[in-house]
Design a protein around this ligand. Structure first.
Ligand code: BDR
Ligand code: CA
Length: 315
């Protein structure tokens, strides 16, 4: 049986790769997508989503514009990582299919009520829409029982700052709210996404398929800018498949090994704002009374990457 996905994302390069991958996976049914600020501005993210959905024939799946700024800090976008329009060097044309007229937060609340207990919420951008929906509707955690989030870092350094991961850092207050409620939250942090690197033979397979598959051609084109950025920062030609891995985990949790911890987001640290904090001592009960989050700490990276590249190159 396929998993019904409500996706909330800030469509940059790896969000786009995730959408392409899920569209090609019979285990996934994409019900709707909402955008959020983050990699790019939220309207741009919704246009990018629309382009990707249209490319794979999902014209019926709505792309709704979501929150344009974080709850309690100024907007900060990351075109320097994802390209001027968020899709590497590619500029998507104005979409043929119109963007949804509904705001992404309203879409989330409406779908949650229309399909109680039926949706997995897959969030691969800052958590502003989820935070806003929780503020508006206290029933949300009962209606959406499972939330898979790409974000945070536990025993791994941050990426946007030495201590914080980008999605959490872009809206720490919203993220901290999400971790307070009793829905089943699965966190896919940098600890596992930094092990899931598109590199070497995987890239070669993707590039080789570009002449026979429109999906592989697009994926291969948009990933080049992202690879350049990673190479400049780390000295290896590789790209961390953050969001595609979260998409994979939403469908197949057995890809990862987990610890169960309460998660707090550092909101006041002068240096560490946006850091995800967990009690890792292990020799005593946690002091936090928050619900436990399933945090992915190990991943079968090659199993995921080979299936991912296989889906993107199928033609
Ligand atoms: C996350 O931040 C964004 O740049 C990526 O799309 C991913 O969701 C990784 O930290
Ligand atoms: Ca993202």
């Amino acid at each position: 049986m396929s998993v019904n996905l409500l996706i909330d994302c800030d469509t940059g390069v790896d969000d786009a790769l995730m959408l392409l991958d899920l569209a090609g996976n019979p285990d996934a049914n994409i019900v709707a997508v909402g955008s959020v600020h983050g990699n790019v501005q939220s309207r741009r993210a919704a246009i990018n989503t629309r382009y990707v959905l249209d490319l794979v024939g999902l014209e019926d799946v709505p792309s709704a514009v979501g929150s344009w700024r974080p709850l309690a800090q100024p907007l900060h976008t990351a075109e320097y990582i994802h390209g001027p329009f968020g899709l590497g060097g590619f500029e998507p044309p104005e979409p043929n299919t119109p963007l949804s007229e509904e705001h992404a937060v309203n879409q989330m609340i409406r779908l949650a009520h229309e399909r109680p207990g039926d949706l997995t919420l897959l969030a691969t951008g800052p958590l502003t829409n989820l935070g806003a929906a929780l503020v508006l509707d206290p029933e949300l955690p009962q209606l959406i029982p499972r939330v898979v989030i790409m974000g945070g870092n536990i025993a791994e350094p941050g990426n946007i700052t030495p201590w914080a991961e980008a999605n959490i850092w872009h809206d720490p207050e919203a993220a901290d709210l999400v971790f307070q409620y009793g829905w089943e939250v699965v966190l896919v942090p940098l600890d596992v996404t930094h092990q899931t690197l598109l590199t070497g033979p995987y890239l070669e397979r993707l590039q080789a398929a570009a002449s026979s598959s429109a999906v592989a051609e697009f994926a291969s084109a948009i990933v080049q800018f992202y690879l350049d950025m990673y190479e400049q920062a780390r000295g290896i030609r590789a790209a961390a498949m953050h969001d595609p891995l979260a998409g994979g985990v939403a469908l197949d949790p057995s890809l990862c090994g987990y610890i169960e911890k309460s998660i707090h987001v550092e909101l006041r640290g002068t240096e560490t704002r946006g850091m995800t904090v967990a009690d890792l001592r292990g020799y005593r009960d946690e002091i936090s009374d928050r619900p436990r989050v399933k945090v992915a700490m190990e991943v079968e990276a090659d199993r995921f990457l080979s299936a991912f590249v296989e889906r993107l190159t199928r033609g």
